[in-house]
Design a protein around this ligand. Structure first.
Ligand code: HGY
Ligand code: MN
Ligand code: MN
Length: 424
């Protein structure tokens, strides 16, 4: 396949402009810059010959005029609160460029590539919102989830004028799979000198909210033995968490307390309340279940040790580990070997991505390009332009190869399950 490097890079840099902040991007879901970016993407998808809409949850979805079998290619176009310019954006513009490249080649111009820019993979309101809508697995209560300002998804959709728009949903009679390219967001490809990562599986993720309720009081006059300091309890919890998790962690277990708050948050007031979000990830769901139990055990221990009330509750439904489709992976490894012989590897993803949702219903595959310094979820996130271009060329070859095989095979690729809202 022949991709156009200048067009690819030009669109990536244009998308970066929406919310650009220094080297990074601030483009949270449903913000003005996010909606402006979605309208620009809708126009670019239309220019590429796709029938494009911004749908009822904010996904930008471009449907090829060609009949199926069709692949959906895409990623998310929203960012973390202080995000990098490539996290999500790379996969969206790759998908657009692959759709254009296949349409411009006489051997693939009849192939069907639908293109998606999902909303809220990053969880400003609730993670993987867009892909959950696409597979029709978005219970009403999820729309009541709110951002840090307290605005619910329902209110945001009304504010941006999408409340009554139809939603783009998966069509099991058309869609045979979903492909997503992404930056690695870690150090392994760069350190090994590899240029392509073909993803084998995506970790499971669990999050626990831990609340500490003590007694607010004067930081000077309250005798130490009469204090119920919520801050002391939270910090004690954090130390014990590190000790206990380190003892049972697997080779790729990771965890962090990425959000924590003391209230009322004044230097001369003993905090009466504190709250921490503990997030932990592992490819093994049984180990995640054990870690979740340990969080509750530590909560009880800290309560007994400090006299502070400690409550551990699930912050969201567990995200199960998921596996990428072996057949699709073979198309990616073949395309990578052809383009960058010996400079690719198969690897798990320690970051979450929309295939965590979609792979429950459709075969999925993901590929990575190297992240400079392994940095992501930071303004410093970046990749070499040559790697960006090479990655897109590999994705175009893999997508063409999968569609070629699907069109010539007699056995249809079976969907994974009958998703809610779809008849069997
Ligand atoms: O957090 C994640 O793994 C993803 O980048 N949202
Ligand atoms: Mn991210
Ligand atoms: Mn991402």
């Amino acid at each position: 396949m022949k991709i156009q490097a200048e067009r690819l890079l030009g669109d990536l840099h244009r998308l970066r402009d929406f919310g650009r902040t220094g080297n990074g991007v601030v483009r949270p879901s449903y913000s003005d810059v996010d909606m402006a970016a979605r309208e620009w993407l809708r126009q670019r998808f239309t220019d590429a010959g796709l029938n494009a809409t911004v749908d009822g949850v904010g996904n930008v979805f471009g449907t090829s005029p060609n009949t199926g079998p069709a692949l959906v290619l895409g990623s998310h176009s929203d960012t973390q609160p202080r995000g990098g310019w490539l996290d999500g954006a790379l996969g969206v513009i790759y998908a657009l460029e692959v759709a254009r490249a296949l349409a411009e080649d006489s051997t693939t111009r009849d192939f069907a590539v639908d293109v998606a820019a999902w909303v809220d993979e990053e969880g400003t309101y609730t993670s993987c919102l867009g892909s959950r809508s696409f597979v029709d697995d978005l219970p009403g209560e999820v729309l009541a989830h709110a951002n840090d300002d307290g605005e619910t998804v329902v209110a945001a959709l009304a504010r941006v004028g999408l409340a009554d728009a139809g939603r783009a949903t998966m069509d099991l009679d058309r869609h045979i799979g979903y492909l997503e390219a992404h930056i690695e967001q870690g150090p392994y490809l760069e350190e090994a000198g590899d240029l392509i990562g073909v993803v084998t599986s995506i970790v499971g993720i669990r999050s626990t909210q831990v609340e500490f309720t003590g007694e607010q009081n004067h930081a000077g006059t309250t005798p130490m033995n009469r204090r119920r300091d919520a801050g002391v309890a939270m910090f004690e919890f954090a130390v014990r968490l590190r000790e206990r998790f380190s003892a049972i962690a697997g080779p790729t277990t990771v965890w962090t307390i990425g959000q924590a708050q003391l209230e009322p948050g004044a230097a001369s007031i003993i905090p009466g309340y504190a709250v921490a979000q503990v997030q932990y990830r592992d490819p093994d769901d049984d180990r995640l279940a054990t870690l979740e139990t340990v969080v509750s055990e530590i909560a009880a221990e800290v309560a007994a040790a400090t006299g502070v009330m400690v409550l551990a509750t699930r912050e969201r439904d567990p995200i199960l580990p998921c596996h990428m489709d072996p057949e699709f992976r073979r198309h990616f490894t073949t395309a990578a070997e052809a383009k960058v012989p010996g400079m690719w590897r198969e690897m798990p993803s320690a970051a979450g991505h929309d295939p965590m949702v979609i792979s429950q219903y459709l075969p999925c595959a993901m590929m990575f390009i190297p992240s400079i310094g392994g940095i992501s979820h930071d303004f410093a996130e970046d990749s070499n332009e040559a790697d960006i271009v090479m990655g897109c060329a590999v994705m175009a070859d893999a997508a063409a190869s999968i569609l070629h095989a699907a069109r010539s095979s007699t056995t249809p690729i079976a969907p994974r399950a009958n998703p809610p809202g779809h008849s069997g």
